[in-house]
Design a binder for this molecule. Structure first.
Ligand SMILES: [Zn+2]
Length: 423
């Protein structure tokens, strides 16, 4: 299958400019980017009418099946939200429920231009089944989540075979230091070393987490504590990192750890504002995530980009920092790097994860500063087409692999059942 995207404003590989031209995708790969249409035959020609053609977004932190809990537990702080409300509800979720929750999230990802995710939840058989059906690219975490397992090492071994290594990659997911013992973390570090796997964790999300860690671990902050357990010896991705001082960030920088900032979730749970400018100054690779739909409540990278740029300015009272171009990079190429996928650039040889953005909208005009518009004024509904690994999965409001009516029916039945069960 060879597809030509012609007459596009193509976001360049450096994510700093737009090239007026054409892109050819063959199979799963971009084989041409340039100003002249190459003399080839095409199975399909898509006229982009001078709209934006760019890499798909990488959502570097989410718990997709939490779409089932969207709007169920609003307006409460993290500990009350998680332990008193979310976990009791999650305990009612079956493997089949999680499959349908994942499917609902996938619809939202495709319709808003997200082509690659880091998924961390439980019942991974259901999650991976849904991901494989959908064609989305994902790194799936498995490990000690909020749902406990009996023999951790046996569990980790059983999960490893679920991932195919190409579209679905594995990582070891430690939910957090406050839900996981030091012995469990060490078992995960050993397992990750043995199978050469990256690791992910929620880290320094709230002041309470940091305070409890220092009290319980001889004054060590969460990054110092994890360093003492060998956690950062692996390639790591740390979610949130809201409450980190310069010394904590230096630890992450020294070990080349990646960060995923999730501003909607942090402000909705009143956790705080992540020090993104300080992270940049430590040369840390910063990616962006939506977190789950129970703490956000939408899975929309446009909203996250706006918040990363604006909250970072408020955080240090300086409107000149964390600019649109830098934030756009975080949501695309930095995410691909954090997850270890060869996508995130419109460049020959890269995987064809591409989206088309309609600029013929009032809020996208005048269209002379599209980099700024993408971060400060674009909406997820401006996404016209989403292609993953060379296959068009969403186009002009239609999902090409998904049965939308069935997904809506199933998730509403599940929500109704949860309401009756949780009293
Ligand atoms: Zn999370």
């Amino acid at each position: 299958m060879r597809i030509l995207f012609k007459n596009a404003k193509i976001l360049d590989a450096e994510i700093s400019n737009f090239l007026q031209g054409h892109v050819v995708v063959e199979g799963d790969t971009i084989i041409y980017v340039g100003e002249i249409i190459p003399k080839l035959s095409f199975d399909e020609i898509i006229d982009c009418h001078n709209n934006i053609l760019m890499p798909g977004f990488v959502n570097a932190h989410c718990h997709s099946p939490m779409t089932l809990l969207r709007g169920a537990c609003d307006d409460m702080p993290l500990n009350n939200w998680l332990f008193d409300n979310i976990i009791p509800l999650e305990n009612k979720l079956t493997a089949e429920d999680i499959f349908w929750g994942e499917k609902l999230a996938i619809l939202e990802y495709l319709a808003s231009g997200i082509t690659c995710i880091e998924e961390c939840y439980f019942e991974n058989e259901s999650i991976i089944k849904a991901l494989k059906q959908s064609g989305l690219r994902a790194r799936v975490g498995f490990g000690p989540s909020t749902r406990k397992v009996e023999n951790l090492v046996d569990f980790l071994k059983s999960q490893l075979s679920l991932c195919d290594g190409e579209m679905i990659k594995p990582c070891i997911y430690v939910h957090s230091i406050y839900t996981t013992s030091s012995s469990e973390i060490e078992q995960c570090v050993d397992f990750a070393a043995k199978y050469n796997l990256p690791m992910s964790i929620h880290l320094c999300e709230t002041l309470e987490e940091v305070g409890n860690c220092t009290v319980n671990n001889g004054g060590l902050t969460p990054p110092q504590y994890l360093e003492s357990l060998g956690f950062f010896d692996r390639q790591t991705l740390c979610y949130h990192c809201v409450h980190m001082d310069k010394d904590d960030l230096q630890i992450l920088s020294d070990y080349d750890a990646n960060i995923c900032t999730c501003p909607s979730s942090n402000v909705k749970l009143a956790s705080g504002i992540a020090p993104v400018y300080a992270m940049q100054n430590k040369n840390i690779n910063i990616s962006i995530g939506t977190d789950g739909a129970a703490s956000n409540n939408s899975l929309d990278m446009f909203k996250e980009m706006f918040l990363v740029a604006t909250l970072s300015k408020v955080d240090i009272s300086d409107a000149s920092v964390v600019r649109a171009k830098e934030v756009l990079k975080m949501s695309i190429i930095n995410g691909a790097k954090a997850l270890g996928f060869d996508c995130g650039e419109v460049k020959v040889g890269k995987k064809a994860d591409l989206i088309l953005i309609d600029t013929q909208k009032p809020h996208m005009q005048p269209n002379d500063n599209l980099l700024s518009h993408l971060v400060y004024s674009a909406k997820s509904s401006d996404v016209y087409l989403t292609m993953v690994n060379g296959e068009i999965l969403y186009r002009d409001g239609k999902f090409l692999r998904e049965d939308v009516d069935t997904i809506y029916k199933k998730v509403n039945e599940i929500k109704e059942r949860l309401k009756n069960e949780y009293k």
